[in-house]
Design a protein around this ligand. Structure first.
Ligand SMILES: Nc1ncnc2c1ncn2[C@@H]1O[C@H](COP(=O)(O)OP(=O)(O)OP(=O)(O)O)[C@@H](O)[C@H]1O
Length: 259
């Protein structure tokens, strides 16, 4: 495979074995090339294989067939080289560790010195706007703030690719919109390649350079939509006719779909 892209997904299929021994085809012949620093969303309803695709990229699963390359490396080699940062729907913070200590956890695993940990965590806390909360415990933070800690912890190891699995879906709409704006600011400052899983069409449009539409049974990549809205994007862009046109275009991709 050529390495012109940061991430290449070539003819990837994933078949699980069901409890009765039957085959469950979660993904079928997915092809996708992702450029460095691109913001990509994987969009689709429950069961279309979004999380499966993310887990295949992250080397948490192996495809039944097909190939994934990360700048020429296998997902295994990329994982070992700490090229991935992961953010989940729930930030899974350790309640007995302060916010700073939570952010420092992957740095401890990497045997960073105390001083390095302090410097990096200071930078991460500032980036996500939580400097004042460094010595607080998770229970003292709102859900949105906790999710910011999850983002800071994922970025602390300075990964090349940020994999995000419905990170804002448990948040209220106001908090969610604010975090989307914050994420775009962080992304434009850090230039990470982001792969963001969501089932929210508006969220996918607001954030992305391209939206990958997945439809289920079996999960296929049925469309890749360019989002040519100007950047930087702020909340008001959601009220523009261009945004509405994209909403309508993507909704049509799901029309008639049998869930
Ligand atoms: N370990 C597994 N064993 C068997 N089937 C599985 C397994 N994991 C996922 N599946 C099936 O594969 C399909 C895709 O699942 P996946 O979790 O990737 O979808 P998703 O789009 O992320 O859904 P959601 O939005 O609900 O998280 C579903 O039909 C699911 O039931």
């Amino acid at each position: 495979m050529s390495t012109a892209y940061k991430l290449q997904i070539e003819d990837v299929s994933m078949v699980y074995r069901g409890q009765g021994g039957e085959d469950i085809t979660a993904l079928k012949n997915v092809n996708l090339n992702i450029r460095k620093s691109e913001f990509i969303s994987l969009l689709g309803p429950s069961g279309c294989g979004k999380t499966t695709l993310l887990r295949l990229i992250a080397d948490l699963l192996q495809p039944t067939s097909g190939k994934i390359a990360i700048g020429g490396l296998s997902p295994r080699a990329a994982r070992k080289a700490r090229q991935y940062g992961m953010v989940f729907q729930s930030p899974v913070l350790y309640e007995w560790r302060t916010i700073r200590e939570n952010i420092c956890l992957p740095l401890e695993i990497m045997n960073k010195t105390r001083e390095e940990r302090k410097n990096i965590s200071d930078e991460m806390l500032e980036m996500v706007g939580l400097s004042k909360f460094a010595e607080c415990y998770p229970f003292q933070l709102s859900g949105g703030m906790q999710q910011r800690v999850g983002i800071a912890r994922a970025l602390a190891i300075n990964p090349e690719i940020l994999l995000m699995d419905e990170p804002f879906s448990a948040l209220d709409e106001f908090t969610r919109n604010k975090l989307q704006e914050d994420l775009l600011r962080i992304w434009s400052n850090t230039k990470k390649t982001v792969i963001f899983v969501t089932h929210n069409i508006s969220e996918a449009i607001f954030l992305s350079d391209r939206v990958c539409v997945l439809t289920p049974h079996p999960g296929i990549l049925s469309a890749v939509i360019d989002i040519d809205l100007p950047r930087p994007r702020v909340d008001d862009i959601r009220d523009t006719p261009e945004f509405a046109a994209l909403l309508s275009k993507i909704r049509k991709c799901f029309a008639g779909m049998n869930e």
